[in-house]
Design a protein. Sequence first.
Length: 575
Amino acid sequence: MRSLLPCLSLLLAWPAGAGAADDSVMPFMEYLDPDSLVCLKWGFNIVQGTITFALSVNTTGWVGLGFSPNGGMQGSDIVIGGVGPSGRYFTDRHATGNVLPPVDKEQNYTLLSLTETDGQTTMTFQRSIQSCDDDDFHITARPIKLIYAYGETDEISYHAARRGTKEINLLNYMPRATLLGTNYLNVTVDNISLPPTHTYYHCKVMKLPKLNGKHHIYRIEPVIEHHDIVHHMLLYSCPFFVTETYNRPCYMGDIGDYCFRVVAAWGVGAGAYEIPENAGIPVGGEINDTYYRLEIHYNNPTSEAGRTDSSGLRLYYTAQLRQHDASTLTTGLMVNPSLDYNIPANATQFHTYGVCNTSLFSTLEDGPVPDLQLFALLLHTHLAGRKVRAGLFRDGKQVDFLGFDENYNFDIQQITSLGNIKTIKPGDDIVVECTYSTVNRTGVTKMGLATTDEMCLAFLFYYPAINIDSCWSHPNVAYLRSDNQVPEETDQDAITNHESLLKTIPQIQVISDLYSNFSVNPEGTVRDMMKTPSLSCQKTTVTSAPNNLASPRPGTSWLVTPAGTIILLLWIAAM
Ligand SMILES: *[C@@H]1O[C@H](CO)[C@@H](O)[C@H](O)[C@H]1NC(C)=O
Ligand SMILES: *[C@@H]1O[C@H](CO)[C@@H](O)[C@H](O)[C@H]1NC(C)=O
């Protein structure tokens, strides 16, 4: 087991009140060197466009971190700091070769704290994800070569062997499997025969093998037999009334279509997925009776016949329970196929909404409802979906985005790590907005289970688990006049009016729990969401004078440049 000590002592070393530097801001951690002397923690905030690092090295000399184009020093964006005899120092630099990197003209890193305790120097700093400066590195959702070096003294000079490089995907971090136990469940299909079609969705509804007592799933890995055809996989848990197993094409009207609470997801290009260290998905014990549905999307462009496959997911579990149970909360527009809610044809940008008012939780939960700590999410629509956004509102005002995807692609459904932990407080509202295009459709699109029907959901992955598993809404269609139900497909004004009516009439909110208790409130309202923020370069003034620490957090920038957003989302989508 690798030692967590340096990073733990780093945690303890943070002074009370240095709010920026805690695990909820920097949930990720890696040692950059083989001897566990150089520890990097980080986290990011896509809404603010910032990334925060804490570099902790067992030295009382200078410490440096760099972003390198090729693993070497030349061309790297470097930050160096330390606590010396005459105070603290911290500078943004760039390497022109294997020589002392000159200080950048523009200082684009903000120092949050710099400490030296027990022979260990810890430097916490923040920067824009997007670079401000030609001398700075542009951080994308791809593996990045990080370089580090440190000295034995505060004189910044040649580091000799005290240097190294490690490649990490900072914005799409997947921990390496170094600590894996040997216990796992394989949730796979078994040599199924695929039809000779371009697109095929296979569904297997099953129970997980019985485990004695409660365990925690902490890592989900893809197990892929044929990389050329397996496109994406989703594992859903089923509601109580699904009690039969089967193995056949999805979305044929089977009862298992009702299993749509996402537990795990994998999409082409993704690796393993890991739950934060203090949480796990409970399995076994009392929950042995749950059924699950594994959905595999096969993509067979040449419609080759005779293909078989045995792919699926591997769920690593442990009997050493973690501090919290993790769970999934389904939010958005309630999935109710009998609801008379239709999206007209020929709409270029039709918006639908679902709202979750968490103050309703107390009607079903015994005892106080905890703050929910959100660590990841998955946005979900079907084939007409183009954008999905989930906003968090407190006291009627939007305080954050839980997530957004301005280039939604049904074929790339992945659980997205938030980069920081977002807190949902009791009483907060969550609004999910979906944008559809039905320009190529002739009839209306209804809300339903088939991929040609629509959904508008955000699955929120959080801890500690509560019993409530869905919190969603639908417009009270009784308020729609019969002549305003589904506009003529060519009349854009009527389409816009219909869309606006569905948004402004009262929303019927429904929450339900694992035991299928539910509670209804007919008075939901959909609040307006802010424009989607985009990553913009944020120039910050850094005071590098000794003992004069600049520690304000850069202000939130809501600058909107649509092109920037698209580029950001393309990076994420390209991961
Ligand atoms: C690094 O320093 C910390 C704090 O003094 C100490 O707990 C840890 O054991 C050291 N790590 C190594 C590998 O020497
Ligand atoms: C899988 O199924 C195919 C055709 O159904 C069969 O030819 C093949 O032997 C099977 N493979 C295994 C490993 O069972």
